[in-house]
Design a protein around this ligand. Structure first.
Ligand code: NAP
Length: 297
């Protein structure tokens, strides 16, 4: 396999590049800034086409996205150019060159079901620009028969101080026992990017196409997830209050809140169970502890 990872410096991209190395897979990473092998803006069609022509990958994983919902809401045109349009260009290129296309999507599609698990055919509600641009990208990617669209909710580390991930934010709150509001009506099947990457590479060996959910096999509220993280680290959040993502319109954006994913299809294809919530927390706690030890040295 010759792999091209688009968005290799992001939270997921970094984990995919690591897993490719572990598996001795030849991989080239692309992003628009930072430590990528190749730098350019994915909105530049000519550069994207040239990269694929020159590198001749057998598989492309597209992780590039504008993931900040507030920024997508403020600039829907830019959100379309980054999140959506490249999926159509990639689908055409991959068809022409017989390349496998893996397009990373989202779970921001479901509302009103609390902690229920939504399968790949679940009813979609598009409540904001992020969701609209991501769903349209799925449609464009799926114009190519050999495309796999992966819906997920990923958590982990980005290690870019200016843009902490959800877990990096939570660890700071936990470490300092800071006052915070924890949403108890916002449900996800969050999986850490390390275990997600392993499962995704296993899926690549199975020649699957279409839409697939790849996530934790349990659904939990963000509040329970953060409390699990804090108790796993032996800490307590004494200044935490419960809050509602539905009532608060967090960051001024209306959000879907019932994001649990049914991973039955993925598990049947993989032939094993995806991680439980406890396994996800254990992996995050191990990584956090390693990072803290490195900082102390
Ligand atoms: N994070 C979540 O909670 C979450 C949940 C569900 C699904 N997802 C999906 O998972 C995927 C990966 O998310 P992530 O959290 O890993 O995102 P991330 O950390 O923000 O990484 C995004 C990557 O895309 C690159 N990128 C952004 N704009 C670009 C552009 N115009 N041209 C070239 N590269 C560009 C970034 O590079 P620079 O940093 O150099 O800009 C970075 O490497 C996305 O498709 C996202 O929609 C994320």
């Amino acid at each position: 396999m010759r792999l091209l990872v688009l968005g290799s410096t992001g939270m997921l991209g970094q984990a995919l590049m690591k897993e490719a190395k572990v598996r001795n897979i030849e991989a080239l990473g692309m992003a628009d800034m930072g430590q990528a092998d190749v730098l350019f803006d994915i909105c530049n069609d000519a550069q994207l086409i040239k990269l694929i022509h020159d590198y001749q990958p057998t598989t492309i994983i597209n992780t590039v996205a504008m993931v900040n919902l507030g920024v997508c809401e403020q600039d829907p045109g830019l959100a379309y150019r980054v999140n959506t349009r490249p999926a159509g260009i990639l689908a055409n290129m991959c068809r022409n060159y017989a390349i496998r296309l893996i397009h990373i999507s989202t779970d921001h599609y479901y509302t009103g079901g609390a902690d229920c698990k939504h399968n790949e055919n679940g009813k979609i509600s598009l409540l904001n620009e992020y969701a609209r641009t991501k769903y349209l990208a799925e449609c464009l990617a799926l114009t190519y028969d050999n495309a796999l669209v992966v819906r997920t909710n990923i958590v982990g580390f980005r290690q870019q101080p200016n843009s902490p991930t959800f877990v990096e934010w939570a660890l700071k709150i936990i470490e300092n026992d800071e006052p915070c509001v924890l949403f108890d009506d916002f449900y996800t099947s969050s999986i850490d990017v390390t275990q997600f990457s392993k499962a995704l590479f296993d899926l690549l060996n199975k020649n699957t196409s279409g839409v697939i959910n790849l996530a934790c096999r349990d659904v939990s509220s963000k509040k329970d997830f953060i409390l699990g993280l804090s108790s796993g680290l032996g800490k307590s959040l004494t200044k935490a209050n419960s809050g509602s993502v539905i009532k608060s319109s967090y960051q001024g954006v209306v959000r879907a809140e019932s994001l649990g994913l049914d991973v039955g299809r993925a598990e049947a294809i993989l032939g094993y169970q995806l991680p439980t919530k406890d396994a996800v927390l254990k992996s995050l706690i191990a990584q956090a502890t390693r990072k803290m030890d490195e900082i102390r040295k």
